[in-house]
Design a protein around this ligand. Structure first.
Ligand SMILES: C[S@@+](CC[C@H](N)C(=O)[O-])C[C@H]1O[C@@H](n2cnc3c(N)ncnc32)[C@H](O)[C@@H]1O
Length: 194
């Protein structure tokens, strides 16, 4: 039981939980950092055969691994893999998406020198905010612990904090008693029209 509660408090588990509440079969979604494809597959399952997911990564190895994972699970036809920076999201993805997930940093088990940087992340977040439908959710897993990570995370937090009320509701989930280097989650809901 205690393990289950601890798992629930993990920021990435919270991101999945929140996305699960907004993304429905037939919706469109974006994985801004495909990596090993876990989040892409998660989004593809929720979007279902009538939905579609756009996934971005700058590393061929990441997209190959994501493609293999999707194929194994029979989800490859509902996903477009984009071998380019998420900064190009606005050129590639049509408006009207229900969820966008960012999982920043570097590919676990890959080249740690290839990592997200604020110069690409900030324009990508702006594009993502422009693509979201009312009721749509943007989540960002932030990792301040690696070199350059803190600067990127602070820039992300400032950008999301600047989204205006009442059109946006922005939250931050971090460890109140842990290391300042601990990962944290930010999420921005585009408030549905009344
Ligand atoms: C923490 S991993 C993502 C994990 C992934 N979501 C998963 O489920 O396995 C971060 C990924 O971001 C990618 N990345 C770095 N810069 C990027 C950029 N400008 N655009 C898109 N992806 C980028 C890296 O190549 C890496 O694969």
């Amino acid at each position: 039981m205690a393990d289950a509660v601890q798992a629930l408090l993990r920021p990435l588990a919270c991101a999945h939980d929140w996305v699960e509440r907004v993304l429905e079969p037939g919706d469109r979604a974006v994985d801004a950092t495909a990596g090993n494809g876990y989040d892409t597959l998660f989004l593809a399952r929720l979007a279902g055969p009538a939905g579609h997911v756009h996934a971005f990564d700058v590393q061929a190895a990441a997209l190959e691994e994501t493609g293999r994972r999707l194929k194994r699970e029979g989800c490859e036809e509902r996903v477009s893999l984009h071998a380019c920076s998420h900064a190009r999201m606005g050129d590639v993805v049509p408006a009207g998406v229900k969820a966008v997930m960012f999982n920043l940093g570097y590919l676990p088990g890959g080249d740690h020198a290839v990592k997200t940087v604020k110069e690409e992340t900030l324009p990508a977040l702006q594009a993502a905010a422009g693509l979201l439908l009312p009721g749509g959710l943007l989540t960002v897993m932030c990792y301040p612990g690696h070199e350059g990570g803190r600067e990127e995370c602070e820039a992300v937090a400032a950008l999301l904090a600047s989204l205006p009320l009442p059109q946006w509701r922005v939250v931050r989930l971090d460890s109140a008693n842990g290391s300042p280097d601990a990962p944290f989650l930010m999420a921005a809901l585009r408030v549905p029209c009344k």
